[in-house]
Design a protein around this ligand. Structure first.
Ligand code: NAD
Length: 319
């Protein structure tokens, strides 16, 4: 079996590539940047393809040449980047997304999974389930919802076996996005650096360890056709305040300096997510507690301090 991961050199993509390699699959990591930061140690076990999803031919070619059976589509520009480069965000997250589905149709790919986000629920308050109405507020969430709608269209009109997962905020080693606070708190503590976050200590959000998120993709794409009732699955995780998470970090890195300031920035209000279908129908569950995940992050960051040499990424720049 050969799987192609778009955005395979990124934070989530590299973790998924690693998981697929461990399962004994042939893996193609398709990415516009050939940066081996996160995959260097297994580069000889992965086919690295430099390509841009905004170019349909490059996606078709990568699928054809490598006889790809499954596509994991996670190349995208994230919140912040989409604010700095709004037109490029449309190119990548909309046109590029369409190219990936079209390439899957043209090449008869067996299954394709799209990485969506809880940002499709930004305008909804309170508890969120798989059946909650979607209401994106920001361009990022709007383009994710467009991806879900296009994927369902490719399924209904052309029989492309489309599936999707809606992810909450991820945390893990190698994550450079400044507003992914839990990644930042754990990595900076591991490196002995103080962290100051522009959110109050009681601000909460739902987080999932990046490896559990990679496994959620595998659970959904592996599921037999008759078991896939929803096609689009909400992935939940741990609902945690910044202060609660900081306490976990301090338990692993005693004396870590973390400060929270009562000023809201880009993040939407917190809400609780219940990804019941994924657990009930497909049997996915988180394998890591927050303590286990954080301990692993601290170890990985200490082993790879160079991952953070440029600092953190916010609004198109490293700070
Ligand atoms: N990290 C999170 O908290 C989170 C939460 C919800 C959803 N997601 C989704 O998960 C996916 C992966 O996010 P991530 O956190 O790994 O981000 P990331 O920025 O680390 O990874 C994205 C990858 O896509 C690649 N890419 C960008 N434009 C491309 C193009 N035109 N052609 C080919 N490759 C291109 C980038 O080079 C990068 O390697 C994204 O779709 C994101 O929207 C992430």
């Amino acid at each position: 079996m050969t799987s192609l991961v778009t955005g395979g050199m990124g934070f989530l993509g590299s973790n998924l590539v690693r998981r697929l390699v461990e399962r004994g699959e042939e893996v193609v990591a398709f990415d516009v940047f050939q940066n081996l930061r996160l995959l260097g140690d297994i580069a000889d076990r992965v086919k690295l393809v430099q390509g841009d999803i905004t170019n349909l031919n490059e996606v078709v070619e990568a699928i054809k040449v490598n006889r790809v059976n499954r596509v994991y589509h996670m190349a995208a520009l994230l919140t912040g980047v989409d604010q700095e480069m709004p037109l490029r965000a449309i190119d990548v997250n909309a046109v590029g997304m369409g190219n990936v589905f079209e390439a899957c149709r043209l090449m008869d790919v067996e299954r394709v999974i799209f990485t969506s986000s809880i940002a499709v629920f930004d305008g909804i308050d309170g508890d969120i389930t798989d059946d909650s109405p979607t209401c994106p507020v920001r361009p990022y969430g709007g383009l994710k919802l467009l991806g879900e709608i296009y994927g369902m269209r490719y399924y209904q009109a052309y029989g492309v076996d489309f599936r999707a997962v809606r992810l909450p905020v991820l945390y893990g080693a190698g994550d450079l996005y400044a507003y992914h606070y839990q990644s930042q708190l754990s990595a900076r503590a591991a490196l002995g650096l103080p962290t100051e976050i522009q959110q109050p200590a009681n601000w909460s959000t739902t987080i999932t360890y990046v490896k559990d998120a990679a496994d959620a993709h595998i659970a959904v794409i592996d599921a037999d056709k008759q078991r896939v009732k929803k096609r689009i699955y909400l992935v939940d995780g741990w609902h945690v305040t910044l202060e609660e998470y900081a306490k976990i970090v301090r338990g692993i890195v005693p004396g870590a300096e973390m400060k929270f300031l009562p000023k809201k920035d880009v993040m939407p209000p917190d809400k609780i997510f219940h990804g019941d279908y994924l657990r009930r129908e497909l049997g996915w569950k988180q394998s890591y507690t927050m303590e286990q995940a954080t301990r692993e992050i601290v170890e990985q960051v200490r082993a790879n301090p160079g991952w953070y040499s440029k600092g953190y990424f916010i609004r198109g720049k490293y700070v």
